[in-house]
Design a protein around this ligand. Structure first.
Ligand code: PAD
Ligand code: ZN
Ligand code: ZN
Length: 376
C-alpha cells in the first residue's frame, strides 16, 4: 500500500539533549510539501560532525535528528518536484545547490545560500519541521537528518545517483569521502610532485590523503596523536606519519625539519581544533604554502595568531564539502567510484544495524573506527 501523502511512523535516533546518548524512538514523518522529497534511508555513516553536535562543540537546536552522510530511495515527492521520482536511488546533500544564489552562480563557490550550517535554524526552508515525537517537534540537521528510516529534504538538497550503486558504501560520498578528497583536489588543487601534510587521519583526513595521492603529491605526511591510525594512512597513500606526542618541539617545527626547513606545499587541518589549525598554517611554506581548514571549528572559538604567518604570503582557506557544487559533483563521484577510480571499502571499518548507533559513536570516540555505516 502506498505511503505517499500519509504520515509515516518509523524509527529514528533522537538527540533530546546535549551530551546524552541518542535514543531510538518512534517518530512521525510528515509527507513532503511542495518542492520537497521524502526519502527512505537505507545506509548512513557516522561522521565526527554529528558527534560535535552531541558534545555541544557544534551548536544546534535540540531536540534534533542528526545524521547527514547517507543514501536511500525516494519514497514520495511533493508538488512540483521534477529532479527525482519515487524509487530513485539518491544521496541527501548537506550543502544544497539551488543554482540561483551568488555562490551557486559563481564558478568559485559551493556554499549555497540555502545551507543551514551556521546559525542553524534546524528547520525546512519554510521554517517548519517534518518530524514529531511524543507530541514534540524535532529539529532537522543541516538540510538532511538521516539517523531515521525516513526523512524529508528540499529538492535542492538531494540528487539522483546510479541505480546500481551500493548504498552502504556510496553513502560516504554524502560527506566524509567527498569532503576530504575534495579539500585536496578541488579546494587546494594539489599539483603533481607536491609535499602535503594531513592533520587528523579519521574518515575525512584519510580521504584527504587519497585526494593528495590522486593529485600526484610525491610526499604525504600524516599527522595524528593516535598511532593506530598510521598503518591505514600508509595503505591509503601517506608516505610517512608523525605523532606530535613523540616530540618536545611544536609539530610545525617538526614538519619544517622533515622538509629541509622549507615547510610543506599544502597542509590540511582535518580534526576541528584551533591549536592544530594554527599549527597546520605554520607548517606550510612561508611564501607560497596553502593551508586548508576542513575540521569543524568549535562554535564560539577564536584564534589568535601572528599576522606574520600570512604576511609572508601563505594562503589560509576553508573547505566545506570539499568545495564541490553538490548536485553536480555527487553523481559524478558515484560514477567515479563505480568506475574504480577510488575505493571506499578501506574507510568502512564497521557496518552496524541502526539500533547500535550509540555503539557506533563510542567506536568513533575511542579512535577504534574510521567510518561506521548504519544499515536499516
Ligand atoms: P575523526 O574523529 O574520525 O578523525 C579525527 C582524527 O584527528 C582522529 O584520528 C584523531 O586521533 C585525530 N586527532 C585528534 N586530536 C588531534 C591532535 N591534537 N593532533 C593530531 N591529531 C588529532 O573525524 P572525521 O574524520 O569524521 O572528521 C574530521 C573533522 O572534519 C571533524 O572536525 C569534522 O567535524 C570535520 C568535517 N568537516 C566537514 C566540512 O565540510 N568541512 C565535513 C565533514 C567533517
Ligand atoms: Zn560529515
Ligand atoms: Zn544556491
Amino acid at each position: 500500500m502506498s505511503t505517499a501523502g500519509k504520515v509515516i511512523k518509523c524509527k529514528a535516533a533522537v538527540a533530546w539533549e546535549v551530551k546524552k546518548p541518542l535514543s531510538i524512538e518512534q517518530v512521525e514523518v510528515a509527507p513532503p510539501k511542495a518542492h520537497e522529497v521524502r526519502i527512505k534511508i537505507l545506509a548512513t555513516g557516522i561522521c565526527r560532525s554529528d558527534d560535535h553536535v552531541i558534545s555541544g562543540a557544534f551548536a544546534m537546536p535540540f531536540p534534533i535528528v542528526l545524521g547527514h552522510e547517507a543514501a536511500g530511495v525516494v519514497e514520495s515527492v511533493g508538488e512540483g518536484v521534477t529532479c527525482v521520482k519515487p524509487g530513485d536511488k539518491v544521496i541527501p546533500l548537506f550543502v544544497p545547490q539551488c543554482g540561483k544564489c551568488t555562490s551557486c552562480r559563481s564558478t568559485k563557490g559551493n556554499l549555497c545560500s540555502e545551507h543551514d550550517l551556521s546559525e542553524a535554524r534546524g528547520l525546512m526552508l519554510d521554517g517548519t519541521s517534518r518530524f514529531t515525537c511524543k507530541g514534540k517537534s524535532l529539529h532537522n540537521f543541516i538540510s538532511t537528518s538521516t539517523f531515521t528510516e525516513y526523512t524529508v529534504v528540499h529538492e535542492n538538497a538531494v540528487v539522483k545517483i546510479d541505480a546500481a550503486a551500493p548504498l552502504e558504501k556510496v553513502c560516504l560520498i554524502g560527506c566524509g569521502f567527498s569532503t576530504g578528497y575534495g579539500a585536496a583536489v578541488q579546494t587546494a588543487k594539489v599539483e603533481p610532485g607536491s609535499t602535503c601534510a594531513v592533520f587528523g587521519l579519521g574518515g575525512v583526513g584519510l580521504s584527504t590523503v587519497m585526494g593528495c595521492k590522486a593529485a600526484g603529491a610525491s610526499r604525504i605526511i600524516g599527522v595524528d596523536i593516535n598511532k593506530d591510525k598510521f598503518p591505514k594512512a600508509k595503505e591509503m597513500g601517506a608516505t610517512e606519519c608523525v605523532n606530535p606526542m613523540d616530540f618536545k618541539k611544536p609539530i610545525n617545527e617538526v614538519l619544517y625539519g622533515l622538509t629541509d626547513g622549507e615547510g610543506v606545499d599544502y597542509s590540511f587541518e582535518v580534526i576541528g581544533r584551533t591549536d592544530t589549525m594554527t599549527a597546520a598554517l605554520a607548517s606550510c611554506h612561508m611564501n607560497y604554502g596553502t593551508s586548508v581548514v576542513v575540521g569543524v571549528p568549535p562554535s564560539a572559538s577564536e584564534i589568535t595568531f601572528s599576522p606574520l604567518l600570512i604576511f609572508t604570503g601563505r594562503t589560509w582557506k576553508g573547505s566545506i564539502f570539499g568545495g564541490w557544487k553538490s548536485k553536480e559533483a555527487v553523481p559524478k563521484l558515484v560514477s567515479d567510484f563505480m568506475g574504480g577510480k577510488f575505493a571506499l571499502d578501506p574507510l568502512i571499518t564497521h557496518t552496524l544495524p541502526f539500533d547500535k548507533i550509540n555503539e557506533g559513536f563510542e567506536l568513533l570516540r575511542s579512535g577504534k573506527s574510521i567510518r561506521s555505516v548504519l544499515v536499516f
